[in-house]
Design a binder for this molecule. Sequence first.
Ligand SMILES: [Zn+2]
Length: 205
Amino acid sequence: MSFGLFFTLAITVLMSDQRPYSEQPPAAEDCTPAEETPACALPSHVRIAEDGLRVTRTEAEWRARLTPEQYRVARDHGTEPAFRNAYWNNKEPGLYRCVGCDAPLFGSDDKYDSGTGWPSFSQPLDDRLVGTQTDRSYGMVRTEVHCAVCGSHQGHVFPDGPGPGGLRYCINSASLRFEAMGSAAVSEALAEWTAALADGGGAAE
Ligand SMILES: [Zn+2]
């Protein structure tokens, strides 16, 4: 492909839809996934209501904060490739924050190797920081997971996890930002956030 053609195509794609993700109509269910496609490899088609979100940003602010890949996944409900993402095999102890607002969503103590190629957790650090929506795209019923503070898409949760809750949170690395720290520091960061949110304060910014 010539550079000129590539450039024209890139501009066309970039210009094709600049509306905020929340205003975009759900995509038509015109994609039939191959048999072997894992459910968490497919993007979501849900709308996250912005009412009640503690952190909202303009389109320009989101694009300034996130890389194009982070934006595609966190704001456009996309999915990154399995085994080719930052944290699927990360075994360091620490905290996984929402890429959109820094809320402490998941901890390494709950991370396990699901074999899927995406970071997988048996539970979030605090249920209040994670929201879910039923996602009926692709002829499946899946539960989409997003950050309850800023609405950024995280992934899906499936009922085949190893913990007492039996859940598997299949999360995109692009929606997370990892910080290496010990369990005590993770608990501290979480407590700081939940206290500020309970006060109606803005731990986020
Ligand atoms: Zn967030």
